[in-house]
Design a protein around this ligand. Structure first.
Ligand code: MTE
Length: 337
C-alpha cells in the first residue's frame, strides 16, 4: 500500500463466476439500518449448505463456528443491486503484509498461520478485562451475515458477504470505563509463522495496529468478522477474527486480532506511523479528498480487467453516509482524513 499503485488487471476472465449467478442472489433489502432486521432465509442460503456461494472453497471450520452456523442470521445487512465479488477474487487479491507485499502472497503464504488455539486479550479501560479462548469469546454472540462494500485506499473495491457480530455487543459485555475514548486493535506478532514480519520489507513496526473512536466502534455497522461466503475466514482474509468497518478504507480492517484495548488517547496506527501525510486515523472513504498520489473519486470494482474495466464513482462514506455521517458533524474531513 505504501509505495504501490494497483495494476490494471487483477483477475483472469476465467476466474470470474458469471454475473447472472450473483444477480440471482441479490437481496431485496437495502443497505439502510432497516436491513438489520431478520431478512428470512433466501433459498440459496440454507445453513450447512456448502454450495451457498458457487465458487467457495470448503475450509476446515472449527467446531465453535459450525455450532453457530445453525442460528446464523443470513443477510442481516446487505447492498442493493450490487453483485457479490467472486470468492476467488476476495481470497486471492489481498493485503496482509505479514505474509508478503504482493496481492497473491497472502493466499500463497498464510497457510502457516495457526489459528487454533487462539486467544484474545481485552484490556485497558474496561471493568471486565481478560484473556479469552476464541470459542469462549464468541459464545455469547449470534452470528449474522453482513454483505458490505469494501473500498481499499488503493482505489479498488469489492462486495463481501462477511459473517460476524456487532463490536458494540462485545463492548457492552466488557463495560468500558468513563476514561475509554478509543479502541485499539493489535494483530498477532509471530515472525515464525508470518514471513513478512521476518523480512522487514515494509518498514512496518509490528504488530499491525488499528484504532477507532469509541462511538465509531459502537456503531451498529461495525463488526468483528469470523467468516465470509458462508464459511470461516480463510487465513489470508484475517482468520480467525478481524475488524470490518464498511464506511472506512480497507486498511482499518485489522486482521488476525489478538488484543483489543480500550484507551484514553487516540492510538497511533500502523499506516499513520508509516506515512502520516497519506493515511489518517479516520480514513473515512471520501471521494473529495484525494490521496496525494492518486484520485479517490473513482474505484475499480473487482473483478476488473484491462479489456473490461469496471470503474465506478466512489461514494461518500462508501455509500453508508445516511447511517454514519452524523458521527462526524462539525469535523473538517479534509483535516481529519
Ligand atoms: N491487517 C493486517 N494485520 N495486516 C495488513 O497488512 N492490510 C489492510 C487490512 N488489514 C492488513 C490488515 C489492508 S491495506 C486492507 S485493504 C485490508 O486488510 C484487505 O483485506 P482483504 O485482504 O481481506 O481484502
Amino acid at each position: 500500500m505504501l509505495i504501490k499503485l494497483p495494476s490494471a488487471s487483477d483477475s483472469r476472465e476465467s476466474d470470474v463466476t458469471p454475473e447472472s449467478i450473483y444477480l440471482s442472489r441479490r437481496t431485496l433489502l437495502g443497505s439502510s439500518m432497516a436491513g438489520l432486521a431478520m431478512a428470512g432465509l433466501p433459498h440459496w442460503a440454507n445453513a450447512g449448505e456448502p454450495s451457498r456461494y458457487a465458487d467457495v472453497e470448503p475450509g476446515r471450520a472449527p467446531g465453535w463456528f459450525n455450532d453457530k452456523l445453525g442460528s446464523l442470521q443470513w443477510q442481516a445487512v446487505t447492498v442493493k443491486d450490487e453483485a457479490v465479488t467472486p470468492y476467488k477474487d476476495a481470497t486471492h487479491y489481498n493485503n496482509f503484509y505479514e505474509f508478503g507485499p504482493d496481492k497473491g502472497d497472502p493466499a500463497q503464504n498464510a497457510g502457516s498461520l495457526k489459528v487454533e488455539p487462539w486467544s484474545v486479550v481485552i484490556d485497558g479501560e474496561v471493568a471486565k478485562p481478560g484473556r479469552y479462548a476464541l470459542e469462549d469469546f464468541i459464545k455469547p454472540f449470534q452470528l449474522q451475515e453482513r454483505i458490505y462494500r469494501m473500498r481499499c485506499v488503493e482505489a479498488w473495491s469489492m462486495v463481501i458477504p462477511w459473517i460476524g457480530f456487532p463490536l458494540a455487543e462485545l463492548l457492552k459485555q466488557v463495560e468500558p470505563t468513563s476514561k475509554a475514548r478509543y479502541i485499539r486493535f493489535e494483530t498477532l506478532k509471530d515472525p515464525q509463522s508470518m514471513p513478512g514480519q521476518r523480512s522487514g520489507f515494509a518498514l512496518i513496526d509490528w504488530p499491525y495496529v488499528e484504532g477507532l473512536r469509541l462511538d465509531e466502534a459502537m456503531h451498529p455497522l461495525t463488526i468483528l468478522a469470523v467468516g465470509m461466503y458462508g464459511r470461516e475466514l480463510p487465513n489470508q482474509n484475517g482468520a480467525p477474527l478481524r475488524l470490518v468497518v464498511p464506511w472506512k478504507y480497507g486498511f482499518k480492517g485489522v486482521k488476525s486480532i489478538v488484543r483489543i484495548s480500550l484507551v484514553n488517547d487516540q492510538p497511533r496506527t500502523t499506516w499513520q506511523s508509516l506515512a502520516p501525510s497519506e493515511y489518517g486515523f479516520y480514513a473515512n472513504v471520501n471521494p473529495t479528498v484525494d490521496h496525494p498520489r492518486w484520485t479517490q473519486a473513482r474505484e475499480r470494482r473487482l473483478p476488473s480487467g484491462l479489456f473490461s474495466p469496471n470503474v465506478r464513482q466512489t461514494e461518500m462514506f462508501n455509500g453508508y453516509g445516511d447511517e454514519v455521517a452524523s458521527l462526524y458533524s462539525g469535523m473538517d474531513l479534509r483535516k481529519d482524513y
